[in-house]
Write a protein that binds this ligand. Structure first.
Ligand SMILES: *Cc1c(COP(=O)(O)O)cnc(C)c1O
Length: 463
């Protein structure tokens, strides 16, 4: 048994070794270790991450929104192990395997449906969210090209949207921090107004915001009629854009406008899919079905990278021809990796055996009650929730129109304070949010609320 001092020394050793060799994602490396603590993790247990120094951290952001049922979940781990001893990987061009087929069957069976619309019928695999977005964009363009509509080369995306950070995905994203530097490299997308209810003027409801944004989309599609192949959007919650939420009626309007203009609708449910917003998929909450559906993150329960793009039969049929150039020309070495597919199948089975969506409804209600105590704090504004996602803003005086100076880095202070308190919050700027693994229990929820409260008080004390 190591003593505390030994464990702290061991953690320090890991920090040094890490910073000698690693370049971390989305990080100004100069801030390590001075501004940002680097936290070496030894193992995960349910909603907990256990550090090398023996400290435990509640993973309130589900490890970048990937984890669904807790870390090292035994059923998923077991399925991966069994698969690894059977078939770890095989080329998916010209070959097939059981996990890839069964997962596709399962995904199509649970995919969002809209009465009167032909269902999503085919699954194309990629190996991470951004790659899945690239697949959907290329597929949409190529489908029109195969129909002799090669002039449809443009994509419509929403302001404040996020679809990943590869060059194609970044082109349809609108988060300045990720986009601005690389803008000279990016294809020019068309941006429609965000339906975000955060932008509500006094007296305006979320539904009004949705209507206003839909009008903007209508004008844009009319102006560029015949040039656009697809609209891409994040249904219900623009997650990386600050957990901004919109009224589902926007999605209904967007679906109808796409139909009216012969434009494909790509739903990016990479973050909101698999129960995050309360329903299995966020599109269900609006009663719409996209033409292309992008899934990743929670797809494998948070165990392995995998993406799936679901397409309609009509899109699939548009690629059938004698010519190879009309085939969809896209592949990744690990397309449909058996281990990742096995993890996804095990994860989807848990939704049934544990009645996860019903359990989440109860958990979401508890999160709402706890969030009510946070919103009473003087610097907190605009608490909002969609199922298992709760978010709020840190502002100067509790009015969302009065943000803190970005240089004050209030969100970063809250992050550090929460980490000290044993909770991983990872604010997006000054937006704090909870997006915990579904297994989070009552005691952990109370810890989450208490530490969040203390972290906000500490971060805003000198503001
Ligand atoms: C995370 C995310 C992506 C990108 O997925 P990666 O696996 O990180 O490349 C795309 N779209 C949305 C909505 C996301 O949240």
């Amino acid at each position: 048994m190591l003593h505390d001092a030994d464990m702290i020394a061991a953690a320090d050793g890991w920090r040094t070794r890490d910073l000698d060799v690693l370049w971390h994602p989305c990080t100004q490396m100069r801030e390590h270790p001075g501004v940002l603590p680097l936290v070496p993790i030894e193992r995960g247990e349910g909603a907990w991450l256990v550090g090398r120094d023996g400290r435990r951290y509640l993973d309130a952001v589900s490890s970048w929104w990937t984890n669904l049922f807790g870390h090292a979940e035994a059923r998923i781990a077991g399925a991966i192990a069994r698969q690894a001893h059977t078939l770890e990987q095989v080329i998916l061009a010209g070959f097939s395997h059981q996990p890839a087929v069964e997962l596709a069957e399962k995904l199509l069976a649970i995919a969002p449906r809209e009465p009167g619309r032909a269902p999503l019928a085919k699954v194309f695999y990629a190996d991470n969210g951004s790659a899945g977005v690239e697949v959907a964009l290329k597929m949409a363009f190529h489908w029109f090209r195969n129909r002799g509509e090669g002039k449809r080369t443009r994509f419509v995306a929403l302001h404040n949207g996020y679809h990943g950070e590869t060059i194609g995905a970044l082109a349809v994203g609108d988060i300045p921090l990720y986009r601005r530097v690389y803008a000279p490299l990016l294809a020019e997308a068309l941006f429609a107004p965000s339906p975000d209810s955060y932008a509500a003027e006094p007296g305006e409801t979320a539904a009004d915001c949705a209507e206003r944004a839909a009008e903007g989309l209508r004008e844009l599609l009319e102006r560029h009629s015949g040039e656009v192949c697809a609209l891409i959007l994040e249904p219900r919650v623009q997650c990386a854009g600050g957990m901004r939420m919109h009224d589902p009626r926007y999605l209904r309007r967007a679906r109808d406008l796409c139909d009216a203009h012969g434009v494909l609708l790509i739903a990016d449910e990479i973050a909101v899919g698999f129960g995050r917003t309360g329903t299995m998929f966020a599109c269900e909450g609006a009663g719409i079905q996209p033409d292309l559906l992008c899934l990743s993150k929670g797809l494998t329960g948070g165990f392995l990278p995998l993406a799936a793009v679901l397409a309609t039969q009509a899109i699939y049929d548009g690629f059938l021809d004698d010519s190879r150039e009309r085939a969809f020309l896209h592949s990744h070495s690990y397309t449909g990796n058996p281990l990742a597919c096995a993890a996804a199948l095990a994860s989807l089975a848990i939704f049934d055996t544990d009645d996860v969506l019903a359990r989440n409804r109860a958990t979401a209600a508890r999160m709402a009650a706890l969030a009510a105590s946070i919103v009473e704090l003087p610097h907190v504004a605009d608490v909002r929730q969609a199922g298992m996602i709760v978010a709020f803003e840190l502002t100067r005086d509790g009015d969302r129109h009065a943000p803190f100076e970005p240089a004050a880095r209030i969100g970063l202070r809250a992050y550090r304070a929460a980490l000290e308190g044993g909770v991983v919050l990872r604010p997006l700027g000054d937006t704090l949010y909870w997006m915990p693994p579904y297994c989070i229990d009552d005691e952990q929820l109370h810890l989450l609320a208490r530490v969040t409260r203390d972290a906000i008080l500490e971060a805003t004390a000198c503001a």
